[in-house]
Ligand binder design. Structure first.
Ligand SMILES: NC(=O)c1ccc[n+]([C@@H]2O[C@H](COP(=O)([O-])OP(=O)(O)OC[C@H]3O[C@@H](n4cnc5c(N)ncnc54)[C@H](OP(=O)(O)O)[C@@H]3O)[C@@H](O)[C@H]2O)c1
Length: 311
């Protein structure tokens, strides 16, 4: 059973903090922005692909959260390295600190395709895109971590689905991934989110880096599955399971709790590199999630790929 956590009462002061949430225009990301905005950070950057949805989300949050902090739309398409680089440089031109980076955006179970740089679309969006964004923002976060009283965090949204990856855990050959099922590709991308948070924790000890499963919540993430009546019934049952499983919640209000807890709970309650189930319950994850060789291989592969593209 996870911790009881009420964002209205349990979030401490976010005074002076600058926060960036990817995929903040919908689902869990939007709710996370709403929870955080109520606690007066200096600014929240809502990084998102679809501008109209981002503008609507900002106006919804401002209408529903009295005294919401400033929320700034930051254009970001995680399937394109140049878009990610533009987002990072826009951010850095406006801010000298970054206290909390929430790598929340994600896609699940689309048909095989690739990102602009040729990564399988789920691995490319969920892992490679966030890896580049994080890399470009790390210098700002390291500077922030040097400030007195700072508490800098990276929060990666993973999933229980990481337990169902391809047979090797992660397939680095992006073309070979076409033969795998879309679910296994999703599982591998979410496994990468856990392993990468562990690597960030080791590489950057002054930053607290964690990963998490948010729960089971019927958001737009499931759009690829609403293809026929059988899938719709299946999703309805999935929603009911979400209500029954302990620590799992129906609706973004519940689904954003674990992210918000990881981003705001007292630093000594968090273990850098750890993976959390809802809410705030440390979990070892799958055996692949604890595989030191795979963690190192993913880090080296990711660094080499980013360097190959000039980052
Ligand atoms: N919901 C669940 O039950 C569940 C369970 C386990 C894990 N998760 C994880 O939780 C995270 C949030 O999921 P959600 O349920 O809130 O899904 P969602 O409602 O579909 O929201 C996903 C967000 O990601 C953004 N996004 C997708 N592709 C992008 C791209 N190329 N560049 C920038 N942003 C992009 C979307 O923006 P646009 O709409 O503009 O494309 C949207 O804001 C994901 O990482 C997911 O894997 C969710």
């Amino acid at each position: 059973m996870g911790k009881s956590f009420d964002p209205a009462k349990d979030i401490g002061s976010l005074d002076g903090k600058v926060i960036l949430v990817t995929g903040g225009n919908a689902g869990l990301g939007k709710q996370t922005v709403a929870y955080l905005a109520a606690h007066s950070p200096t600014r929240i950057y809502l990084a998102a692909r679809t501008e109209s949805k981002a503008r609507d989300a900002i106006s919804d949050i401002k209408n529903s959260v009295p005294n919401a902090c400033e929320i700034v739309f930051l254009p970001l398409d995680l399937t394109s390295f140049s878009s990610i680089a533009d987002a990072a440089s826009t951010f850095k031109s406006q801010e000298s600190r970054l206290d909390i980076l929430i790598n929340n955006a994600g896609i699940m179970a689309p048909p095989y395709s690739t990102t602009k740089e040729g990564y399988e679309i789920q691995f490319g969006t969920n892992h490679m895109g966030h890896a580049l964004l994080t890399k470009l923002l790390i210098p700002t976060m390291l500077d922030t971590a040097k400030q007195p009283g700072s508490d800098v965090r990276i929060v990666n949204l993973s999933s229980m689905g990481h337990q169902m990856p391809v047979s090797k855990g992660i397939e680095f050959d992006q073309q070979a991934l076409e033969k795998e099922s879309t679910w296994r590709r999703y599982g591998s991308s979410k496994l990468a989110n856990i392993l990468f948070a562990r690597s960030l924790a080791l590489e950057y000890p002054t930053i607290t880096s964690v990963s998490l499963h948010p729960g089971v919540i019927l958001t737009d993430l499931f759009d690829n599955l609403r293809t026929n009546i059988f899938m719709k019934v299946g999703l309805y049952i999935y929603g009911i399971i979400g209500m029954i499983l302990p620590g799992h919640y129906q609706g973004p209000e519940g689904g954003a709790l674990n992210t918000t807890w990881c981003a705001t709970t007292a630093k000594d309650e968090l273990e850098s590199g750890a993976y959390y189930m809802p809410v705030g319950k440390k979990s070892s994850g799958s055996s692949f999630a604890r595989d030191e060789g795979l963690r190192k291989k993913l880090w080296e592969y990711t660094e080499a790929e980013l360097q190959k593209h000039g980052y």
